[in-house]
Structures are given as structure tokens and as C-alpha cells.
Design a binder for this molecule. Structure first.
Ligand code: GFP
Length: 777
């Protein structure tokens, strides 16, 4: 028996007093993970010398760690045989919940980057928050989203080690808390692999409870300090949630930024002595969006309190930090009310003022006219503009896909680009092929490896060698067989999780991503209604039966997003209840969409829905995952879709709709009502929202959705995301795709060409670019 298997047996016996046959899933999970951890720990020491990069991020959407870690360590097969020997199998771990410490693409990108850096030998550590509760768990009741706390730690947390010795104190105006780090090894795959670290901070009280109060039987007062401290790392904030809680969010940001910087300064001093002037040569820090931008005044403070003057400290700050922008939506360009800021971290405000003064001097030096200065001010009209601070006090600002970077430079932040063009650069996102192909789709991986060898696992460009096979009927048939198998597997998962019978012979058309109006799940819903009426009215006669699948969480305070979920669930009910279409259409919105669910959905997809309004989706990353698993993209000219179709051929994908330049021209004169009046199909589907066809349970939310398109609201114009403009082209492109899939081999060829050209979308490529062009590591 191998040492690994022996360790598992020992851990089960000593810690739980059970044999594998008697153990619960959580016990097996815990023992297997810890046995693997024991092996990882041998390679897990941070080297004292050499520059390191640090990824500061409020979100790390890791998903389930066990599979990916065992895979990268080369222990997956051994684990499977150990389990098999005891009548068990790897599928048992499906019960283990995800570590959902992120909202969506931004947090998942951070997780892919960690995997790629460790694999490519880039010394990169992640720094973030160990939320007690991750993104809420979602269920549907009568088609409405219900939220419940996501208690992910109930499955134990065997992949993390508490490092009491590295705890630091973090000071706020009204409390001082301990930040205690939990470290997880980030285990790379292959020959160049490193074991890097993900360090997540947990907030705790300095004193767990007040003994005096306790003795006087004032129990809740006795634990008040503890509760207030723990609140800081209690929950992940859902995106787009407009409700209050700003104060706590600012505390979270300062909490993990200050703790991480204190940690780095301590390490730096241990290695290089007290003079911090070489800090930027030891550490490169990437700010993942504006959430950790408060690190900028904090590092300035630390350096100046050590005796550095402003100019020297500012130079170190600029050389240390780089900033990634992930969206031009207003919510990403965070602003903090000056009074709020001062009431939470008063010690930092003078340093924000110093930054503002330095900016003022720069603007004067560069002769920026007075009336233009408003666009730059960090402190402006009682607010602190974090994105401005992030551009001013770093040496690099990057977008996450080519079009997004161009939009930043030329329309979102042109005044900044004009002054500091050399700071702006593009780093198109990527995904790790270990999780998103090797692990989630062993059947397709096997087929690929059988044709071109397994070099693609650490060098995705090798997929190019599949190009000649795209024309090979045997490979086409083998691909189609794999797809069928993955669809069958997904149907089983959906049967057990949702209680819904998905037909595996249908075409699987999937849209999975955060629910947001700009991502246009609503337009997808309208297009399904158009198909429905097209069939009923006899306009559509030869549809290849199609299943439309959705997965998304709506921020709990985002009323419209929740309305869109209800709408899609109502359409699902309408379709399911109608004999005339049941054999042709299926609609299912899966509950609690998360990383693990994505791993089931993506391999089964034939159509990848990427339909955001042109100019709104910075990059997208699910588009890359679908491509890698052989789905065609049905999408707009937006984000990384553009680079995807450039690589894989427009003829192998389905692109429709207005482009950025079309929308710009149209913006002033756009009138969705005209389209509504002129186009009966549009009228038909819009009216279904308000004519009693679909019921919103008397909440009025469907009427509100209808009005958001045709009337607008106090804060936006009608149809601000141009759904009606793109709707008919979308429906028609969908029908064209639907006709094309009937030639199975021709369709398989398209899918294979997508796979073969997916190499550049590996996060290994992205991380190498960050390492070389931004971090110099
Ligand atoms: C955000 C952007 C996406 C982008 C990711 C990662 O993701 O376009 O691909 O960040 O850069 F919107 P979401 O949080 O919206 O999913």
C-alpha cells in the first residue's frame, strides 16, 4: 500500500475511529485532503530570496479544492483506486460544498491565476479574506430566488492551516481586531510547478469575552467585542447590492489590505533589514479591482512612519502596485464618502490628502487646464475616488480583454490615458485548462490526448495540432460521442438536483454567469418566447429540439435581476405545460449555480451564450471555458468574444448584433418603442410580460421589467442595454445555428476548430504576461 493510502487509513482511524467503510463523506474528504496536505507541505516553503508577486483580492472563488489539488499532485488516480478498494468512488465528493468566496468572474479569475502561477513557476501568493459565509446558497420557491447562508466550513477546511504566529492587529477608529491568517498551499501541476500560498485573513477579537461582564451575568455584553470583530470577515458582499452596509465593506477592505501589507513588511524586514527603500524590488502587488486600493495610502503610511519622506515613499508605492480594472460599470469605480472614510480609518486620511496634493502638483506641471482638473481629483465633492487613486499611484493599469482596454483608454478614462499612456496595457483573461478541461471533462481530455499527446495540460498552445483532425470523420464522430455522454451525465445531475427530466437528445444551449441586466439573460428569455410563439403560430416548423439552460445568482438587493429569474422560471413553466411545444423546447434554470455546477454544465454545452451589450462585458471567461470544451459561441462583438472568434474563425461561431460603434452612433436617438411598434414579434414577446400570459405572483416585477425597456426609469433611459435593438438579429442567428447543427459532422468540425484554437485563452499565458510585463518576476 502506498504511503498516501496508509496516511488516509491512519487519519480515519486516529481522528474519527472509523474504517473507510464506516466513514461519512466528510470524514473521508477530511482524511484524504489532509493526507495530501502532508505531502504538499514538504514542498511548501517560501523561499527567502527573490522577488515575489502578490495578488490582493477581496474574492477568491476557489470552488471545490480536492479534485484540482489531487490532480495537480498526480494523486487523483491513486485516490480513486483507494476509494474503489473500499467500495467508494470520487463522485462522493460531490457532496462537499464549494468554497464560494467570490461573486463571479472576478473571483474565479483570481483562482485560475493562482493555479497557473504555481504551474508556470511564477512565485505568486494570494491575499484575501476568509469569509465565514461565502456567496449565499440559492433555491427557488415558486420561481422566486430565496437566499440562505453558505456555511462552507461545515465540511471542515482541511486545505488550510491557521498561522497564529503571523496574526496582526488592525486598528479602526472604533475597534482594534486581530487578523489571523489561514494559509492554503497552491499546488502547481507538472515539472516547473511551485507550491505557492493563498493567505486568507480571519477577523477575531483581541479578547474572546469580557470576564467581568460575564461574571456579572451580562452575557451578551460579554461577547459584544467578539461579535463586532468577527462581523468584519463574516460575509462576502454580493455585487450590485444597493443596500446599506458600506461601512462594513470599507472595514473589510482595510482589514485585509492592512493585514497583508503588515505581513509583507515584516517579511521584508526579516530578510533585508529595517530600510524599506528596496520594498518594490522584493514585492509586486496586483490590486484586483479597486477593492484593495486602500492599500495605497496604507503602504504610504507604513513607509513614512518608518521615516521615509513623501517623495521616496510615493516612488516605492508606485513601483510596488499595479491595478486591474474589470469593468467600466459604475460599481467598479468605487468611491468612499470622505466622512465615512475618516470615521473608519482616520489614520489614513492624511495620506489620501498627500496623494491628492501630489496629483495636484503633477497636473500643474503638465499644464492641465483648471476646468479639466475635476476629472482627475482623488478627493472630489466629498468623495474619495478609488479608481483614480489606483491609476495615479501605480505603474500599471490594465484591462482584461483587448476591446475593454481600448474602451478604458479612449472612452472610460481618456484623460488619464492622455497623461500617462505608458501605464495602460492589456492582459486578456484566461482560464486554467487543468480544472476546465482535464478535470471536468476526462472524456474529451482522453480524446485529445489520444490524438496529440498530453502536452496541452501545461502548454495549451499544443491544441493547435488538433486542426488537421477537425476534418477527420472518425475524430468528429468521437467528439460527438463524448458530447453525448457529457449531456447524458448532465441530464442525470439535473434530474437529481432539480427534479427535472432533461432530454439528452436536445441541443444544449447554456447561459451561466452572474445575473445582471448588461449580461442580458432577459434578452435570452425574450428570444425563447419568440421561438415559442414561432412554433405555436407555425412560423417555425423544423426546429432541432433545444434545451435552454440558465444558471445565475442575483444579488439579494437587485430587484430586477430577481425579476428576471422569476420570468425565466415562468417561461419554463409555460413551455413545460404546453403539449404543442414540449417535444421541441425545454427551459431550466438550475438552482445554486456555482463552480462545481459549472464543471458539469460546460462540458455538456453545444451553444455558449455570450450576449452582453457590446462594450459592457469587459472580457468574460466562461466564453473561454465553453470554447475549450467544444461549444460554439452565440454572442455579440464584446469582451473576449472578439478574440475568440478571431482565433477560431467567425464561420465557426455565431456573432450578431450592434457593435460598440453602432451603439455610440445610435445612443442619442435610440427609441425602443419604435422597434416595439414596428415589429410584431417584438410586441408579442414583450406583451407576454403584462397581458396575463405569465404570472409574477402579483408582485408587479414583470411590469417593472417591461417598463424598464419601454419607459425607462428615473435613473436610466428606456432599454439602456439595447435588448430590443438586438433581439430579432439574435433570434435569427439562433435559428441559423439551429439549422446548422443538423449536419452533425459539419457542426463537430466547428466545435473541434474552437477547441484547437483555444490555446491562447489559457491563464498560463495570461499569468506569464503579468509576470513579465508588470511584475518583473
Ligand atoms: C468581471 C467582468 C468580466 C471579466 C471578469 C474577470 O466578472 O467581464 O471577465 O471580471 O476579469 F465583468 P464578473 O464579476 O462580472 O463575472
Amino acid at each position: 500500500m502506498s504511503a498516501f493510502s496508509q496516511d488516509i487509513l491512519e487519519l480515519l482511524r486516529l481522528d474519527y475511529g472509523v474504517s473507510p467503510e464506516q466513514a461519512s463523506t466528510v470524514q473521508i474528504y477530511d482524511a484524504v485532503s489532509r493526507a495530501a496536505m502532508a505531502q504538499a507541505r514538504r514542498r511548501w516553503q517560501t523561499p527567502a530570496r527573490g522577488k515575489r508577486a502578490c495578488y490582493f483580492s477581496a474574492e477568491f472563488l476557489m470552488g471545490r479544492m480536492i479534485g484540482a489539488n489531487l490532480y495537480n499532485m498526480g494523486l487523483l488516480k491513486e485516490c480513486a483506486s483507494f476509494l474503489a478498494a473500499h467500495g467508494l468512488d470520487m463522485n462522493m465528493f460531490e457532496e462537499i460544498g464549494d468554497a464560494a468566496l467570490g461573486n463571479g468572474g472576478l473571483g474565479r479569475l483570481a483562482a485560475c491565476f493562482l493555479d497557473s502561477a504555481a504551474t508556470c513557476g511564477v512565485p505568486l501568493d494570494g491575499y484575501g479574506i476568509r469569509y465565514r459565509y461565502g456567496l449565499f446558497a440559492q433555491t427557488f420557491e415558486d420561481g422566486f430566488q430565496k437566499e440562505a447562508p453558505d456555511d462552507w466550513q461545515r465540511f471542515t477546511d482541511p486545505w488550510a492551516v491557521r498561522r497564529e504566529e503571523d496574526a496582526v492587529l488592525i486598528r479602526f477608529a472604533d475597534q482594534t481586531v486581530r487578523a489571523v491568517p489561514y494559509d492554503s498551499p497552491v499546488i502547481g501541476c507538472g515539472e516547473n510547478a511551485l507550491v505557492n500560498t493563498l493567505r486568507l485573513w480571519q477577523a477575531e477579537a483581541q479578547r474572546p469575552f469580557d470576564f467581568d461582564l460575564f461574571n456579572r451575568q451580562k452575557y451578551s455584553a460579554a461577547v459584544e467585542e467578539r461579535d463586532r470583530a468577527e462581523a468584519i470577515s463574516a460575509v462576502l458582499y454580493p455585487n450590485d447590492d444597493t443596500r446599506e452596509g458600506k461601512r462594513l465593506r470599507l472595514k473589510q477592505q482595510y482589514f485585509f489590505s492592512a493585514a497583508s501589507l503588515a505581513d509583507l513588511v515584516k517579511r521584508y524586514k526579516a530578510a533585508h533589514g529595517p530600510d524599506l527603500s528596496g520594498f518594490a524590488e522584493a514585492y509586486a502587488i496586483q490590486l484586483n479591482d479597486t477593492h484593495p486600493t486602500i492599500s495605497i495610502p496604507e503602504l504610504l503610511r507604513l513607509l513614512m512612519e518608518e521615516g521615509m519622506d513623501f517623495d521616496a515613499a510615493f516612488a516605492v508605492v508606485c513601483r510596488t502596485f499595479a491595478y486591474t480594472n474589470h469593468t467600466i460599470m459604475a460599481e467598479a469605480l468605487e468611491k468612499w464618502d470622505v466622512n465615512l472614510f475618516k470615521s473608519v480609518v482616520p489614520q489614513l486620511y492624511p495620506y489620501v490628502e498627500l496623494l491628492e496634493n501630489a496629483l495636484e502638483m503633477e497636473l500643474a506641471l503638465r499644464r492641465v487646464p483648471r476646468e479639466k482638473k475635476q476629472n482627475y481629483r482623488i478627493i472630489c465633492r466629498g468623495q474619495i475616488h478609488m479608481a483614480r487613486m489606483a491609476i495615479f499611484a501605480t505603474h500599471s493599469t490594465n484591462g482584461v480583454a483587448r476591446i475593454h482596454t481600448e474602451i478604458i483608454k479612449h472612452s472610460a478614462l481618456p484623460e488619464w490615458y492622455a497623461l500617462w499612456p505608458e501605464r495602460f496595457n492589456n492582459k486578456t483573461n484566461g482560464i486554467t485548462q487543468r480544472r476546465w478541461l482535464a478535470l471536468c471533462n476526462p472524456e474529451l481530455s482522453g480524446l485529445i490526448t489520444q490524438r496529440i499527446g498530453d502536452g496541452w495540460i501545461t502548454d495549451l498552445d499544443q491544441l493547435k495540432r488538433l486542426v488537421p483532425y477537425a476534418d477527420d470523420p472518425a475524430t468528429q464522430d468521437a467528439f460527438l460521442a463524448v458530447k453525448e455522454e457529457k449531456k447524458r451525465q448532465l441530464a442525470q445531475v439535473i434530474r437529481s438536483k432539480e427534479g427535472f427530466r432533461l432530454d439528452p437528445t436536445f441541443l444544449y444551449d447554456i447561459q451561466i454567469k452572474r445575473l445582471h441586466e448588461y449580461k442580458r439573460q432577459f434578452m435570452n428569455a425574450l428570444s425563447i418566447l419568440d421561438l415559442y410563439y414561432g412554433i405555436k403560430e407555425g412560423r417555425i416548423t423544423d426546429l432541432q429540439p433545444t434545451a435552454f439552460l440558465f444558471g445565475a445568482k442575483a444579488a439579494p438587493g437587485y430587484y430586477r435581476a430577481k425579476g428576471i429569474i422569476k420570468l425565466i422560471n415562468e417561461i419554463a413553466r409555460l413551455v413545460d405545460g404546453d403539449e404543442a411545444v414540449r417535444g421541441l423546447l425545454q427551459v431550466v434554470f438550475v438552482q445554486n449555480y456555482n463552480v462545481s455546477y459549472a464543471e458539469k454544465l460546460i462540458p455538456a454545452a453545444e451553444v455558449s451564450e455570450q450576449i452582453s451589450t457590446a462594450g459592457t462585458e469587459a472580457s468574460g471567461t466562461s466564453n473561454m471555458k465553453f470554447m475549450l470544451n467544444g461549444a460554439v459561441t452565440l454572442g455579440t462583438y464584446d469582451g473576449a468574444n472578439i478574440e475568440i472568434v478571431e482565433a477560431a474563425g467567425e464561420e465557426n461561431n455565431y456573432i450578431f448584433g450592434a457593435r460598440v460603434e453602432d451603439i455610440e452612433k445610435l445612443r442619442q436617438s435610440y427609441d425602443p418603442k419604435q422597434i416595439y411598434q414596428a415589429e410584431p414579434r417584438v410586441r408579442r414577446v414583450m406583451d407576454a410580460l403584462v397581458d396575463g400570459t405569465l404570472s409574477d405572483g402579483s408582485t408587479g416585477v414583470f411590469r417593472e421589467l417591461y417598463d424598464s425597456i419601454l419607459e425607462g426609469a428615473s435613473w436610466h433611459r428606456p432599454d439602456q442595454y439595447y435588448l430590443l435593438l438586438d433581439l430579432i438579429p439574435y433570434c435569427e442567428t439562433r435559428l441559423r445555428l439551429n439549422r446548422d447543427v443538423r449536419d452533425r459532422r459539419a457542426f463537430a468540425k466547428k466545435c473541434l476548430l474552437n477547441i484547437a484554437n483555444a490555446g491562447q485563452f489559457s491563464s498560463d499565458r495570461t499569468i506569464r504576461q503579468y509576470a513579465r510585463e508588470i511584475w518583473s518576476v
